[in-house]
Design a protein around this ligand. Sequence first.
Ligand code: FAD
Length: 482
Amino acid sequence: MTATKESYLQSMLHGELTWVVGEQYVQTDDADKLGHSIDYYWVPEVWHDRGKELTPPDFVVHPGSAKEVAEVLRIANNYKIPVVPWGGGSGSQGGALPIHGGIILDMKRMNRVLSVDTVSLTATVEVGINTQHMEWELEKRGFSSMHLPASIACATLGGFIAHRGTGVLSTKYGKMEDMIMSLEVVTPTGEIINTLPVPRHASGPDLTQLFLGSEGTLGVVTKATIKIHPIPECRKFHAFLFPTMHAAMAAGAKIMTSRLRPCVIRLYDEPETAHLIKRVLGIDREGAYLVFGFDGQEEMVDLEMKQACALCREQNPEDLGTEMGQTWWDNRYKFFYPPYMFHMPQAFGTLDTVATFANIEKVYWAMKNVVTENFPQARFIGHFSHWYEWGCMLYARFIIDEPPTDPREAIALYNKIWDMAIRAAIREGGVINEHHGVGLKLGRMMKDLYGPAFKVLQDVKAALDPNNIMNPGKMGFPGGNR
Ligand SMILES: Cc1cc2nc3c(=O)[nH]c(=O)nc-3n(C[C@H](O)[C@H](O)[C@H](O)COP(=O)(O)OP(=O)(O)OC[C@H]3O[C@@H](n4cnc5c(N)ncnc54)[C@H](O)[C@@H]3O)c2cc1C
């Protein structure tokens, strides 16, 4: 049952929601509903672009506290209607779309930095906070979250927690799952719980990690204690142009397996070097561009930088120096916005995945071959942006400049590319996704990835959310009510 079918039911619900959050925080007009019907997922974008109607929520509710969230969830359970948490709506996987109608829980009113612990270097914040605002608040106090994603200005901390998101400095400061100390969560049945105050313990399994990456399917995250960092004394960059991606990968892997600690390494394959690096940095030569940076105390930075450069030179690259590294850093967000970013009518997908150093190039080639051999209309480019001691993340993209004009045909083609590319990645040791999440886009492949282990996740979902109200139909979980 969804609320749209019966107007008296809508009216009852409207009244109850209003009692909880106040009249001005329950929106039902068409503009508000439309704004909460589309995120950064290409499928609803093309649907909308071609004049088709989106699926709106019945209500957009703006809670001001965990208690209000809990009350809203209790109402939703009574009527068995869906609730979908909404942060900035910048997600690329359709995670926040109200595909079964119901209540959108827009978290942006919960946007305060509540406290900063300057002894332990942690901060406790409400997770509806815009990540750029959070960073500015911390910088005013002399600290940084070191979470600097390309969507810093249009996303909330809650969205990143829900997607295990990542920022440009993840190689040193970690992904979202490394940045969190503890969480406050409202469970689907409306209990407000806190996970343990520290992220390392032997007191049973880690509940914090259960909710990280749960994409609004296991509850609503309302508060987080995050790690914060002093602003580093300096941050320096260096860039090289390698003859091949393979040679550059060998250098990047050597930097990581030598246990140097760059804050960033980014390696662009030859086509993306030609496409993007040429346009943004003006480097008009063939090869694979690799940039890295170190930050911290200058003496240490200089030493690590010297060692990393020496490891790179073993592969005989062209030394582009510090300026071509610094220019990349200064332009780091530019790559993700017009005119450099792809947009309608182009079809494009970010096939991000992660694998060990032993497998990552196999994953790259498997994805690239499957896309270019089966879909001659598609281009394939990629870079490697988040590096670990054991492997790195591939941010691959397919682009079709002129997809079919019929949206159904365009979506069918789009999904076919996704299915074949992701399955190729899984076969070679990759995963469905590294930091954008699963959402509506990739839920159908969760069983392929997890095998029988997916039942464990399904059982957790069923136990925590008996009426299946939380974000139904996402992450491979069933849509509608049980
Ligand atoms: C230009 C651009 C650049 C991007 N760059 C990056 C990048 O560098 N790194 C990166 O990781 N991502 C990036 N993204 C993707 C996107 O910004 C992230 O996935 C981000 O985490 C989404 O946050 P949001 O607040 O917009 O979430 P939304 O899109 O509103 O929601 C995303 C998911 O989180 C759930 N959710 C939101 N808030 C809560 C909550 N409080 N409790 C429980 N569930 C919740 C929603 O239900 C949904 O499933 C980029 C997107 C764009 C448009």
